[in-house]
Design a protein around this ligand. Structure first.
Ligand SMILES: Cc1cc2nc3c(=O)[nH]c(=O)nc-3n(C[C@H](O)[C@H](O)[C@H](O)COP(=O)(O)O)c2cc1C
Length: 188
């Protein structure tokens, strides 16, 4: 199995992090990998917002937790009520990919960039986890203003589509869930 496929199979969502920041050179490699994802018509309609400010991370985390608690989804409300629940799992870095809303496929372009970054991080021994709540919060009617009020803004015309935390795992990497069967149809 080659190294790329090994990284794809090895990537897991990490939900406990060491306090240390990720290496700056590794961060740049991760961001570079994100920017080599495919985009519709090669538009590259994205922007990468890297948040490493602990104060902003903790303020955003509180807003996201409130979002969970106010959610229509009971499972999300229950998760947020658990003792010690931390939306970002104390990871030191959060990356949000936004896309220009009038691009052809900004959501798909942003998600592909994020997946590239999750895989690049895995290959560098850095843990990651998609965290969707900043995207959900932004999509609420008061979301953009709430985020702006804590100092989180996106370029003009941009909407955040993908968010993930990055850092060094503080626990052994979990095992993958068994893969569902009968999910492939061949038409040859
Ligand atoms: C669109 C999307 C949203 C997700 N949101 C969250 C989230 O808010 N918090 C979280 O801990 N994991 C989140 N995840 C991670 C999934 O729970 C995880 O990928 C899944 O359980 C499979 O585990 P694995 O990533 O280790 O293979 C999200 C994943 C996706 C694709």
């Amino acid at each position: 199995m080659n190294e790329t496929i090994q990284s794809i199979l090895k990537r897991r969502s990490i939900r406990a992090y060491q306090p240390g920041q990720i290496d700056e050179k590794d961060l740049q490699e991760i961001l570079n990998a994100g920017q080599y994802a495919p985009t519709a018509m090669g538009e590259q309609p994205w922007h990468f917002t890297v948040i490493q400010n602990p104060d902003l991370l903790s303020r955003l985390q509180e807003i996201c937790k409130q979002g969970f608690l106010n959610s229509d989804n009971e499972a999300l409300r229950e998760i947020a009520k658990r003792d010690g629940f931390l939306v970002f799992y104390q990871a030191p870095t959060l990356i949000i990919v936004s896309g220009h809303k009038i691009a052809i496929t900004p959501l798909q372009d942003s998600v592909l960039a994020m997946e590239n970054m999750l895989l690049a991080a895995t290959s560098l021994g850095i843990g990651s986890c998609w965290v969707h709540s900043p995207i959900t919060v932004y999509a609420s009617p008061e979301g953009p203003e709430t985020l702006k009020s804590i100092g989180l803004d996106f370029p003009e015309g941009h909407v955040p589509y993908a968010a993930a935390v990055f850092g060094y795992s503080s626990l052994p990497v979990p095992k993958a869930a068994p893969r569902k069967q009968d999910t492939i149809t061949y038409i040859r």
